[in-house]
Design a protein around this ligand. Structure first.
Ligand code: ZN
Length: 249
């Protein structure tokens, strides 16, 4: 059985049999994998504290011929978000992990997605404001798929969006100007110039530097709602963790 060691992000786990867990993790260089962590649910398990979602670490695992499920030998934690994140940030961990899980196909390497997830964990460890990190993460997740719509120009009339704000045209999955939105009798979500200006300055930064980019909680909520609508339209489903987050607020 070949043994691999990979930098990886733990996405989620579920129970297997009496004492084991299946672990879904995103590796830097070999895509998303699923593996068995033997005895992970025992009180004295060596996996204790290593399998929480968005844990960053080095996963050592055996591949088995003709089996999709690998066997996890060891997880060495390099960054545990639970050790540093508190309060609202904790609620977001499951959300980040679910989004990455939804967007990462099995065994299809996507180093950019891995780096995005890892940078978010580092930013939370550095106490960057979690809502700004979340908006940044949503933006880049859609952008890496090549589906983030333009937020500078209205695709229907070429009007400027940053100056007057935008609306989400959910069916078309684009931002349009408010005038076009109104004339199409759209009831879509509005996104203020403030929220779009945040995006413009935030997208080119490292997420641990987002504390320096202003965003009011109202503008963050607008942008978060717009992103969720775009994400749901692309995934063709609603996220479980998004509902949990809404309930937490
Ligand atoms: Zn327009």
């Amino acid at each position: 059985m070949p043994l691999y060691t990979a930098e990886a992000l733990i996405l989620r786990t579920y129970k297997l049999g009496e004492a084991d867990r299946i672990v879904v993790f995103l590796t830097r260089d070999r895509g998303k994998r699923r593996g068995v962590a033997k005895g992970a649910r025992r009180v004295r398990s060596r996996f204790l504290g290593t399998l929480e979602c968005m844990t960053l670490g080095r996963v050592r695992y055996f591949e088995r011929e003709h089996r999709d499920l690998v066997r996890i030998d060891e997880v060495e934690v390099t960054r545990s978000p639970f050790a540093v994140a508190a309060g609202e940030a904790l609620g977001y961990l499951g959300y980040f992990a679910e989004l990455i899980d939804e967007w990462a196909p099995e065994a299809d390497p996507n180093e950019k997605l891995f780096r995005l997830g890892a940078s978010v964990v580092e930013a939370l460890a550095g106490e960057a404001p979690v809502d700004r990190v979340a908006r940044y993460f949503e933006y880049w997740l859609l952008r890496l798929q090549g589906v983030y719509p333009s937020f500078s120009t209205c695709p229907w009339c070429a009007g400027d969006l940053l100056e007057h704000g935008a609306m989400v045209a959910e069916r078309e999955r684009v931002f349009v100007c408010r005038r076009c939105g109104r004339s199409a009798a759209m009831t879509g979500l509005a996104v203020s110039p403030e929220a779009l200006t945040f995006l413009r300055s935030a997208r080119g930064r490292q997420p641990h530097r987002l504390g320096a980019v202003p965003l009011s909680s109202r503008a963050s909520e607008e942008l978060g709602a717009a992103h969720l609508a775009l994400i749901a339209a692309h995934l063709e489903k609603n996220l479980k963790s998004a509902r949990v987050l809404r309930d937490l607020r």
